[in-house]
Design a protein. Structure first.
Length: 249
């Protein structure tokens, strides 16, 4: 079996569970040496038990200075997946300053902080690299109760495009994956909050998806590894929708 990432070092944020964990597992299968970064140490410990060869780093990505210090010590990174993220569900009129600050601190500021450190190393080594941000269909379309989240993901994708523009001459590609609802623990919690009791959450969420299904974690993993790989060697500054046709309506 071909291992596309042999000899490469990858950093995955939000790696303790869900999409991030699945990306770590597949990158290791494909030959990469992976550094898994997460806020929650116990999730990293469990992941380390499953995959002993990975490195783990626990840090609160909202803390700019602490994260900067930690990431600068990681050594050369060839592949970066900015997966760490939070979701905020509030109606216009009830949005709080705390929710806005928290959402943008993780979904936007942490990505800028980590990405520019990693990109600087790529430039200094002259070896190029690939960065993939796990974004959302919320960056492309408006969703009820998602004003803060949509704004953060829209900002994330614009940052991705500017990074692609500036880093392209250094052989660094930057792209985003934009899924609809993904079958994870986060979906279970936010769907209930968004739609309430007594209504089929599944039916409500799937109603506007032409393919009538959610996005599997594996769908996100495959898209992410494609964009990281040389198979996407001419792709940069792109949003890759994984939303079953939701945004065409």
């Amino acid at each position: 079996m071909e291992k596309k990432f042999s000899g490469k070092r990858a950093l995955v944020t939000g790696a303790g569970r869900g999409i991030g964990k699945a990306i770590v597992i597949e990158l290791v299968k494909q030959g990469a040496h992976v550094v898994a970064l997460s806020l929650t140490q116990k999730n990293l410990d469990k992941l380390k038990e499953e995959i002993p060869e990975i490195e783990t780093v626990s840090v609160d990505a909202k803390n700019w200075k602490e994260t900067e210090s930690v990431v600068k010590k990681l050594g050369p990174i060839d592949l970066l997946v900015n997966n760490a993220g939070v979701i905020s569900l509030q109606q216009i009129g009830s949005i709080t300053e705390e929710e806005v600050d928290n959402c943008f601190a993780v979904n936007v500021k942490a990505v800028i902080n980590i990405s520019q450190i990693i990109a600087k190393g790529m430039i200094e080594r002259g070896t190029g690299g690939s960065i993939v941000n796990i974004s959302s269909q919320a960056a492309i379309i408006a969703l009820p109760n998602h004003a803060t989240y949509c704004a953060s993901k829209g900002a994330l994708d614009q940052i991705m495009k500017v990074m692609a523009l500036e880093l392209g001459p250094h052989k660094i590609r930057v792209n985003s994956v934009n899924p609809t609802a993904v079958l994870t623990e986060m979906l279970d919690k936010t769907a209930i909050k968004s739609y309430g009791e007594g209504k089929s959450v599944e039916d409500a969420l799937k109603a506007k998806i032409p393919l009538k299904k959610f996005c599997d974690v594996d769908d996100v993993v495959k898209a992410t590894l494609f964009l990281l790989s040389d198979d996407a060697g001419m792709t940069t500054g792109a949003q890759l929708p994984l939303e079953g046709g939701y945004i065409i309506q």
